[in-house]
Design a protein around this ligand. Structure first.
Ligand code: FAD
Ligand code: SF4
Length: 518
């Protein structure tokens, strides 16, 4: 007989979380399970699967090292053993085996998983205690208080509240360090013509025995899934994650602000931290990441613009998307404010990268090889293509969940369906992030190496982004006219010559229908 069966989900790999509060090794038991359901509910990239399973197995060993017994369910490379491998069937069998008085779990990062846990415990008549995740700055309750009565939930005002309440980069009450909240106007530069030069690479962690075993298992059991586990080099333990954080703070943070929106063909992580994985798995807490970055400012390692820019991503955007998710689920996932066709899925080159568009091809190269692309490649290349071509926002989210190592429902859904696809009618972002190929040309060297011309909207050489941008504005004119922030863009469509507009519509439809291969 067990008092508490304490579940540690695959993205909850911390010995400090509230799931451990009051844990007594004599009478409580830890439980973890790799399972097919979580690996296959989206068609997960093989690299992504390693990014979950290897840290889980390393965490299992850390739990044992800490002196606790653990009930750990491992997937083998034999797919025939898949039977009964759903999360709730494994849990239900463990309930029969251990007869716990209660199940304890940290709040899951996925509404679907939470629902399945609730249902399983209800069916088995075992009480379930879901504990608050203190790795985040903002609780669901605090977010609900902030959101109450607001028609529009603007990130900037939420961010100020978070910084003031948690005393991050503050001089004194309501006085931010440096006299301003936001240094964005000094950030977001493009690289010089000569390119980014030598950007210090993040550390590479050679796969150890556990990781190699996971890579073998994934390559065999999930052989038909996209990508490959080869080249896997992410941190898989807390110790490695701390090394990763320190490396970022010392070698790349100083230029993070300047180049956070810039892109350059053939590069990898540029000045981005690549820390989302470690944070989302709880190998690092968001609070320690923010503290390390703020300390770097006071130690003179990085300018205020870079530090504030990074802090805003974590205390602002990361907390804000989580707030939106729990405040609006489950209804949020059904939103489709631009009325996209439910059957409209991502194009085939979103899986294999086979396209003539240099910007998409390069973003896909990075994504296929590392299960990563940085924010602007996600938002203003792949997300933009999907939005302009009318992919259903939930299909885009599903694809994103499959391809990115850092994708977990709470963070992927608001970013994809909301911020990127404008499927939530502007709750996340007051206007759609829509642009023509000119934006990509301004922030990268892609267009110079492309078959297409970013300024051209019609003809065989026309940039597909530019063609579809005008067509997108044209198709949604009636909706966007109601949004004052879109008026200028709508005026520009209205000014277009009607013959040109007709040619744009025809070409855009052919691209969307796959009749013109791009
Ligand atoms: P950096 O550029 O170094 O930024 C620092 C940190 O800020 C990130 O590690 C991340 O923790 C946080 N951050 C920045 N922007 C956001 C944001 N919009 N939402 C949440 N956190 C943010 N991030 C995920 O962690 N998982 C996702 O599934 C995810 N899906 C996204 C989908 C789309 C369409 C877009 C546009 C963004 C998405 N993001 C997601 C946010 C952001 O793109 C990634 O966090 C970031 O690219 C991860 O790389 P990095 O660690 O190098 O980030
Ligand atoms: Fe991308 Fe268009 Fe530029 Fe080609 S021309 S790289 S498709 S934006």
């Amino acid at each position: 007989m067990t008092r508490n069966l304490v579940l540690i989900l695959g993205d909850q790999l911390s010995l400090q979380s509230s799931a451990w509060d009051g844990f007594d090794a004599e009478i409580d038991r830890v439980w973890m399970a790799e399972n097919d359901e979580e690996a296959t509910h989206v068609w997960s990239h093989q690299y992504r699967l390693v990014a979950f399973f290897s840290p889980m197995r390393h965490f299992r060993d850390a739990v044992v090292k800490a002196g606790f017994t653990i009930d750990y369910h491992e997937l083998t490379d034999n797919p025939r053993k898949a039977k009964g491998c759903s999360f709730s069937s494994i849990l239900s069998a463990s309930i029969t085996e251990h007869l716990p008085e209660k199940i304890v779990v940290l709040q899951p990062g996925d509404y679907r998983v939470q629902e399945s846990l609730v249902a399983c415990c209800r069916d088995r008549g075992v009480p379930l205690e879901i504990r608050e995740d203190r790795d985040f700055y903002c609780t669901s309750q605090r977010f609900a208080e902030w959101a109450k009565g607001r028609k529009s939930m603007v990130l900037e005002s939420f961010y100020h509240v978070m910084r003031a309440e948690h005393d991050v980069l503050m001089e004194r009450k309501n006085e931010p360090v440096g006299g301003q909240w936001n240094f964005d106007k000094d950030n977001r530069k493009k690289f010089p013509k000569s390119g980014p030069g030598d950007v210090p690479s993040p550390p590479k962690f050679e796969p150890d025995t556990i990781t190699r075993e996971v890579m073998r298992m994934v390559a065999k059991r999930f052989a038909k899934h996209p990508g490959s586990p080869e080249g896997f080099d992410l941190p898989v333990t807390r110790e490695q994650a701390v090394i990763y954080l320190n490396d970022f703070v010392h070698y790349r943070l100083a230029k993070f602000g300047d180049y956070q929106d810039a892109m350059w063909e053939g590069t990898r992580f540029l000045y981005h931290s690549r820390l989302s994985n470690a944070m989302n798995l709880h190998l690092l807490s968001a609070k320690e990441v923010v503290e390390a970055v703020v300390n770097a400012y006071f130690a003179g390692l990085a300018p205020l613009g870079a530090v504030e820019g990074f802090v805003r991503q974590v205390i602002g955007w990361r907390e804000y998307v989580r707030g939106i998710y729990w405040h609006h689920m489950p209804e949020y996932q059904t939103r489709n404010s631009l009325d996209c066709n439910i059957d409209e899925d991502v194009p085939s080159f979103f899986w294999d990268g086979k396209t003539e568009m240099a910007c998409v091809r390069d973003s896909m190269r990075l994504l296929i090889n590392t299960s990563y692309a940085h924010h602007i490649q996600r938002l203003m290349v792949l997300g933009l293509y999907s939005q302009l071509s009318g992919v259903h926002p939930y299909a885009f989210h599903n694809w994103h969940m499959a391809m990115y190592a850092d994708a977990i429902d709470w963070v992927s859904l608001p970013n994809t369906l909301g911020m990127s696809q404008h499927g939530d009618a502007g709750l996340m972002a007051t206007k759609p992030y829509c642009a023509s190929g000119n934006y990509i040309d301004g922030m990268s060297n892609y267009c110079g190496k492309c078959k297409y011309k970013p300024r051209q909207a019609t003809g065989d050489d026309a940039c597909p982004f530019t063609t579809m941008y005008w067509d997108f504005l044209d198709r949604h004119q009636a909706t966007f006219k109601k949004n004052t922030r879109m008026l200028l863009q709508i005026k520009n469509v209205e000014r277009k010559d009607s013959a040109e507009m007709e040619a744009i519509r025809i070409r855009a439809k052919k691209i969307r229908d796959g009749k013109i291969k791009v």
